[in-house]
Design a protein around this ligand. Structure first.
Ligand code: NDP
Ligand code: 2IT
Length: 453
C-alpha cells in the first residue's frame, strides 16, 4: 500500500475502533482508488473519498420481545443509511448472532458500490440484528420482527430506504416485517423487497443472487473461451444464494458437488442433481434442518464437521475448477486460496459478501484466477430488488422470462463494465479494481453534482 493510502487507513482505523471487517472493506477500496484520485484532483479537493466512507446516518435501537416461555428477550437492531447520492438507501437486513455495527457498516459500504454497478437508481444501506432465528418458533420470529419494525418504520419508506433479506432474513421474515410496517403506517408500498409473489414481490427475486453469480462466472469463463459444461463446482453455504447458484450451474451443464452450513459440509462425488437440490431446498427452507442430514438421504455422500481450531476450511480442499463461495465473510483465507489454486481451481465468483480475505484475494490475482468479487458477482440480488421496486411503482408485474432476461443482461453489463474499467486503469483482468473504480465513479460524480452534503 502507498504512503498516502496508509495514512488514510490509519485515520479510518482510529475513528472506527473494533470494526475489522469495516477496515478490510475500506482498505480494498482505498487501494483500488489511488490511481483514480491521481487522475482526478477535483475528487481530492471535494474530499469525496473522506465523505464516501462516512455513513450518512447510523440508527441503533432496542428490540425487546417475549419468547414462547413468556420470557423477555432483548436484541439490538441497526440500520446504516450509507449513501443516497444515486437513489434511496437500498440493502438487506441480516439476522445472525455475529451481527455488530462493524459488520453492518462493511456490508453497507460495499452495497454503495455494488448498487452503482447495477446501473439502477439505488443508494446503499444495510441493517440487521444479533437476533438468531435458528431454533426459534415461527411465533417467536414474528414477535421479534414486529418489535424490530416498530422502531425501523420511523426511518424507512418506498422512496427513502428500502430493506430486503440477507443471512437469516428470507420470505418468512420479510412477510412479518411488511405486515407490521403496513399496520403502523397504513401504507401498502414497495418499502421492502423480496416480498411474496401475491403481495408485490417479483418473480426471480429469490433466484437472483445465485443465478447472477453464475451468470457473472459464465462471462468470466467466456473471456478464456470456456463454459460451465462438465466443470466441477464447489459451493459453500446451503441457504438462498447457494441453492440458486447450484440450480443455475445445473442449467448450464456444470457439476455441483458440495453444500455447507456453519456446522460442516457435504461432498457428493456423483454430483448434486435436481432431485438432490430439491431435497436440500426442502431440508433448509421448510424443515430448517442441517446439511448433515443430506448423508442420511444420500449415503454415498460424505459429511465433514467444521473444525474451528484449524487455520483452513476443509471444504476448499475439494478439487474443483469453479468455486462459488455463498455463505459468509472471510470464509476463504490465504491457505484456502492456495489450496484451491493448487488443485486447479481457476474461476471464483463470490455469491457471498467479502468471502475472501485480502491475502486470499492476492493469491487469486497473482495466479490469474478469474476472480469476481462479491460487489460485482452477487449484484444480481439487489438488481432484481431494483426491478421489484420498478414493478411496484408501476403497479404491474413482469413475467419470469422478462425478469430473468433483464437480470442476465445486467450481469453481462456489470462484467463488461468491470473488465473495461480494469483495463482503462492499467490492471487488465483485475475485476477487483474494475468493480471498485466503476462503482466509485458513478457515485462520486453524483456527489460532485449535489454539492457538499
Ligand atoms: P441464508 O441465511 O439463506 O444462508 C446462509 C448460509 O450460509 C447458511 O447455509 C448458513 O449456515 C451459512 N453461514 C452463515 N453464517 C455462517 C458462518 N459464520 N459460518 C459458516 N457458514 C455460515 O443467507 P443468504 O444465502 O441470503 O446469504 C449468503 C451470503 O450471500 C451472505 O454473505 C450474504 O450477505 C450474501 N448475499 C445475499 C444476497 C441475497 O439476496 N440473499 C444478495 C447478495 C449477497 P447456517 O444455517 O449454519 O447458519
Ligand atoms: O447483499 C445484498 O446485496 C443483499 N443482501 C440484497 C440487498 C437487496 O436490497 O436486495
Amino acid at each position: 500500500m502507498s504512503g498516502a493510502a496508509w495514512a488514510f487507513m490509519e485515520d479510518v482505523i482510529a475513528k472506527n475502533p473494533g470494526e475489522p471487517e469495516f477496515h478490510q472493506a475500506v482498505q480494498e477500496i482505498v487501494e483500488s482508488l489511488m490511481p483514480v484520485l491521481e487522475r482526478h484532483p477535483e475528487y481530492r479537493k471535494a474530499k469525496i473519498l473522506e465523505r464516501i466512507i462516512e455513513p450518512e446516518r447510523v440508527i441503533m435501537f432496542r428490540v425487546p420481545w417475549v419468547d414462547d416461555r413468556g420470557e423477555v428477550q432483548v436484541n439490538r437492531g441497526m440500520r446504516v443509511e450509507y449513501n443516497s447520492a444515486i437513489g434511496p438507501y437500498k440493502g438487506g437486513l441480516r439476522f445472525h448472532p455475529s451481527v455488530n455495527l462493524g459488520i453492518i457498516k462493511f456490508l453497507g459500504f460495499e452495497q454503495v458500490f455494488k448498487n452503482a454497478l447495477t446501473t439502477l437508481p439505488m443508494g446503499g444501506g444495510k441493517g440487521g440484528s444479533d437476533f438468531d432465528p435458528k431454533g426459534k418458533s415461527d411465533n417467536e420470529v414474528m414477535s421479534f420482527c414486529q418489535s424490530f419494525m416498530s422502531e425501523l418504520f420511523h426511518h424507512i419508506c418506498g422512496n427513502c430506504d428500502v430493506p430486503a433479506g440477507d443471512i437469516g432474513v428470507g420470505g418468512r421474515e420479510i412477510g412479518f416485517l411488511f405486515g407490521q410496517y403496513k399496520k403502523l403506517t397504513r401504507q401498502f408500498e414497495g418499502v421492502l423487497t423480496g416480498k411474496g409473489l401475491n403481495w408485490g414481490g417479483s418473480l426471480i427475486r429469490p433466484e437472483a443472487t445465485g443465478y447472477g453469480a453464475v451468470y457473472f462466472a459464465e462471462e468470466m469463463l467466456k473471456t478464456r473461451g470456456e463454459s460451465f459444461a462438465g466443470k466441477r463446482c464447489v459451493v459453500s453455504g446451503s441457504g438462498n444464494v447457494a441453492q440458486f447458484a447450484t440450480e443455475k450451474v445445473l442449467d448450464l451443464g456444470g457439476k455441483p458437488i458440495t453444500f455447507s452450513d456453519s456446522s460442516g459440509f457435504i461432498v457428493d462425488e456423483d454430483g448434486i442433481d435436481r432431485d438432490k437440490l430439491a431435497f436440500v431446498m426442502h431440508l433448509k427452507n421448510v424443515k430448517r434442518g442441517r446439511i448433515k442430514e443430506y448423508t442420511d438421504k444420500y449415503p454415498k455422500a460424505t459429511y465433514q464437521a467444521a473444525d474451528p481450531k484449524v487455520d483452513h476450511n476443509a471444504l476448499w480442499a475439494v478439487k474443483c475448477e469453479v468455486a462459488l463461495p455463498s455463505a459468509t465473510q472471510n470464509e476463504i483465507n490465504i491457505n484456502d486460496a492456495n489450496t484451491l489454486v493448487k488443485n486447479g481451481c481457476y474461476c471464483v465468483s463470490e455469491g457471498a459478501n467479502m468471502p475472501t480475505t485480502p491475502d486470499g484475494v492476492n493469491v487469486f490475482l497473482e495466479n490469474k484466477v478469474l476472480y469476481g468479487p462479491g460487489k460485482a458477482a452477487n449484484a444480481g440480488g439487489v438488481a432484481v430488488s431494483g426491478l421489484e421496486m420498478s414493478q411496484n411503482s408501476m403497479r404491474l408485474s413482469w413475467s419470469r422470462e422478462e425478469v430473468d432476461q433483464k437480470l442476465h443482461s445486467i450481469m453481462v453489463n456489470i462484467h463488461e463494465n468491470c473488465r473495461a474499467t480494469a483495463e482503462e486503469y492499467g490492471t487488465p483482468g483485475n475485476y477487483v479494481n474494475g468493480a471498485n473504480i466503476a462503482g466509485f465513479l458513478k457515485v462520486a460524480n453524483a456527489m460532485m453534482d449535489q454539492g457538499v452534503v
